[in-house]
Every structure is written in C-alpha cells, then in structure tokens.
Write a protein that binds this ligand. Structure first.
Ligand code: SF4
Ligand code: SF4
Length: 490
C-alpha cells in the first residue's frame, strides 16, 4: 500500500470566522444542539401529527431534506451530518458511565457488520415503506439515539459510528470524494508530541492556538474535558476520510494547534490507493455502488412486477421474502459476484500472481465517484430538487395546527425547487461526471500498480463494469419513479 500523506495548502480552521467557529470548544455542540432541536420536532410531529407522510415533518424532512442536504454536503464540504450528528450528543455522558476497559470485540472490528446494517436498512426502508410512515420514521430516530448511547456507554471507543451505524457507513464512503480532510500542518511537531491528545483526549481547557499550560487551568477528568478521536484515528497518520466523522475533537484537543482541515483534490485518496486492501472495504464500496442502483430500482415499475412474480412462485402473500431476494441479488450477490469475477479477469489479463484480494483492493476504490454520483442524482437531484419545496406547506400546516403563527394557507402543490424538466439532464450529467471521475481514478490506480499491463489491459474489465453500471443507472432513472414524500408521482 502506498504511503501517502496529504499536504493541503488551505486550512479551513485558519479562515476568519468560520475557522474560529469550528475550533471553538462548543462549536460542534451548537451544531448538534440545532440538529437535536430539529430531531425533537420530528419526533413530536411523528408521534402526534398527521400520519399521512406528505403532511408530516418527520417523513418530509427525513426522507427528502436530510438525504438531499447531506449528499450536497459531501460534494461541497464533507461529512457534515456526522459532524452535527445529534445521536452522539450524549457521548460525554455515556463516556462517564462507561465500563472502563470495554473494547469492541476484535472479530467485529471491520465493516462486515456495517455492510449488514446497510443492507438491512435499505431492505427495511422498502419493506416497511418507511417513507410513508411518520410513526416508523420517528421510531427509527429514537432507536438511533438509544443504540448510540448504549454502545458509547459500553465501549471505550465509538463503535456505533465506526462499525455499526448504516448512516455513518453511507457517509464515510461518500466523504471519500469530498474536498476537505483532516491532517496536520507539521509532522515534526507530532514526532515530539508525547501526549498525543488528538487521539487520547485532554483535560486541558485551553483552546488550540492558546493552550493552557500545566497547572494553569488543568481540570480533572470528572469535570469538562476535550475528548480525543472517538473513532481512534491518529491525526498525523490520517490519509483517508473513511471513519472520520469530522467532529473536530482532534483539532480542539491538540495543544499545539497542529490539526488542519485541509482543502484537497476530492479524488486524491482514491488515486493514491490509501485504503487497506481488505475484503470488507472493497466489498463495501462495491455494495455501496450496486445499492445505489438497487435502491433506485426499488422505486420503479418493473420491481413491483418482479415482486408479484416472485410472490406467486414462492406462494407467499407477504413481500418480505421476495424483496429480500431482489435486494439480496442487487445489493449483495451481484456486487460480490461481479467484484470477484472482474478482479479475476483483471489479474489474468495482467498476468500477475497475487491474491485476488489485492487486485480487488487496488481497483475497488475507483467505484466510489460513480457510486456517489448515482446517490447524488437520486437523493439530491430527483428527490431533493424535485420536492424540497414541500416543506413549506407542511411547516405552515404544523404551525397552524398548533395555534402558533399563521404563515399563510398551505399550498400543497408546492414541490420542486427547479423546473421539473431540468431533473433528467442534471441527473444524467452528474452520473456522467461520476463515470469520468471513476475512469480517471481507475487509470491512476493502474498507473501506480507494479505490472505494466495494469496500465492498459488489466483495466478493461473494470472499465466495462463501470460503463455497464452507468447504462443500467440511465435505464432506471429514465423509468417513471415514485416521488416519495409528496402527494404526486414523478
Ligand atoms: S496532532 Fe497534535 S496532539 Fe496529535 S500528535 Fe500531532 S501535535 Fe500531538
Ligand atoms: S480525525 Fe477523529 S477526532 Fe478528528 S475530526 Fe475525524 S473523527 Fe473527529
């Protein structure tokens, strides 16, 4: 694996105002509190409000706005949802309750459980029609708070974020194409740093750039403290956004003001091949890619015919099993099968003798840009641009129902925030850009491989798979798709 250390020129933490706000000790807490208030509002409306999804804040905000805003966030900034994630808000309290010494089991310290959770989440979304049920939507939000708190309390690190959370898993893979990344400004300072507060945490209440000296304001573990990296990343060794929640605890904890939030080439970590060549990471990115198609396929006409046919063949009334078979095929069997097949073909064409895991690990990161562009087109383009204005009548209705402010009569025809005939070109354009970026990364990965044939022939099977996935996504996106969360279909 290449040793790559980013050297960004611009540090967002040094920018006026925004940099100060981000480094401010309570900066994240303010962001989390705002999202906590939003989550509380959703919980309230989900439990007590109208159970018709297009008229309830919980379903509209969760399934239209949350997903749309985070995908645009990855494109422009990075993992902004994890940064403000309200589910980890009780982290400090949970840490105080922690059974000291509790470590996440070694056999689960990988992405297999996260892959399983991601699969289950996509299946449950369709099977339970979560987008159509305010009550189920808010039970999921409540479940997230509970699961996150319990795991934080039971284990020293943050296993929920790193190994369990399906949203976090989605965010980690998406943020590998983001333009911001944590790194350090001077590695020599880290070499002589004994405290390694960025990972160990500190009881020092000083702020970066103005550290409090020993004996001047040092406070005990039982009072306020700055936590180290919850996902146990060591700032000077970070070369990827995977597992980084962008919480900036490392920047607040570092007494030498040495942590940067650098601006980078969004394809840098993929080009450099910094990921471990592990089966779980390679399959994660492939499953993330095929799930982008599988998820969109779940909203178009042919899937309903296929479900009905399978139910008939299996002689079952319930759609649980047919849906499990369809998603099992699109989201697990196809990515794993194609991944192995194409890696084998690539290795054969390169006339290389190396484990298949190495070949797969070398090229799998090239799928991240295409995968992200399909999710962006779907969540950001179709659903968000196509129906974000639906929040206006829902919010007006909420205020009116609760005798708060009268903001005018709700106009239930409000939906798109761009002309609807822009959606197809925007979605297709985004996917094409994703394909070009993936082909570029593929070529860069080939150029850095040891074998001469990796620069040419060995890339061919991967290229065909990328192009095939792009064509499949065009086909699915051109079919009439359910515009969920609003009162009309797309
Ligand atoms: S980032 Fe800061 S706390 Fe971490 S090793 Fe470097 S100097 Fe020490
Ligand atoms: S490296 Fe760790 S502490 Fe720093 S922003 Fe990322 S997750 Fe937070």
């Amino acid at each position: 694996m290449t040793i790559y250390r980013p050297t960004p020129q611009i540090d967002v933490l040094k920018l006026p105002l925004i940099g100060r706000l981000l480094r401010w000790r309570w900066g994240r807490l303010v962001f989390q509190t705002i999202l906590l208030l939003v989550a509380t509002l959703l919980l309230y409306d989900g439990f007590t409000g109208p159970q018709f999804a297009p008229e309830n804040l919980s379903t509209v905000v969760t399934w239209i706005h949350y997903r749309g805003i985070i995908v645009f966030g990855f494109l422009l900034l990075g993992n902004i949802f994890c940064m403000g994630c309200p589910f980890t808000l009780p982290r400090t309290l949970a840490k105080r309750l922690a059974i000291r010494g509790g470590r996440w089991p070694k056999m689960l310290r990988n992405k297999w459980l996260a892959i399983g959770m991601l699969f289950f989440f996509f299946w449950a979304y369709e099977y339970f029609d979560l987008f159509a049920s305010p009550l189920l939507t808010v039970w999921i939000i409540a479940g997230y708070f509970i699961a996150s708190f319990v795991l934080e309390a039971l284990f020293e690190e943050s296993p929920f974020c790193k190994y369990v959370c399906p949203l976090g898993t989605f965010n980690f893979v998406s943020s590998t194409v983001s333009p911001l990344q944590i790194t350090v400004s001077d590695r020599d300072v880290c070499h002589t740093c004994t405290g390694r507060e960025c990972i160990n945490g500190t009881t020092n209440i000083g702020v970066p750039g103005n550290p409090v000296k020993q004996g001047q304001g040092v406070i005990s573990l039982d009072s306020i403290q700055v936590l180290g990296c919850g996902t146990e990343l060591f700032a000077p060794q970070i070369d990827s956004n995977l597992d980084c929640t962008m919480c900036l605890d490392c920047a607040r904890a570092c007494p030498h003001d040495n942590v940067m939030l650098g601006v980078r080439n969004p394809l840098a970590e993929l080009n450099e091949g910094v990921w471990s060549q592990r089966w779980d990471l390679s399959f994660l990115v492939l499953i993330f890619t095929f799930s982008a198609l599988g998820n969109a396929f779940g909203m178009v006409g042919p899937v309903f015919q296929l479900e009905a046919w399978l139910a008939n063949v299996l002689k079952v009334q319930d759609e649980a099993l047919p849906l499990m078979i369809i998603f099992g095929m699109t989201n697990l069997i196809l990515p794993i099968g194609f991944g192995l097949l194409v890696a084998w073909l690539s290795r054969t064409l390169a006339r290389r003798e190396e484990p298949l895991r190495t070949t797969l690990g070398r090229y799998a990161p090239a799928f991240a840009p295409l995968a992200f562009s399909i999710w962006l087109s779907h969540y950001g383009g179709f659903h968000f641009l196509g129906s974000a204005a639906a929040i206006s009548p829902v919010f007006k209705n909420f205020m009116w129902d609760h005798n708060l402010f009268f903001l005018g009569a709700p106009d239930w025809t409000k939906s798109a925030i761009v002309p609807l005939n822009w959606l197809d070109p925007l979605e297709m354009g985004a996917i094409l850009i994703g394909l070009i970026a993936s082909l570029y990364v593929l070529n860069e990965r080939g150029k850095r491989a040891p074998n001469r044939r990796d620069k040419t022939l060995a890339q061919l099977p991967w290229m065909l798979l990328l192009v095939g996935l792009t064509i499949a996504s065009f086909y699915i996106f051109y079919l009439p798709m359910e515009m969920r969360g609003v009162s009309f279909t797309g």
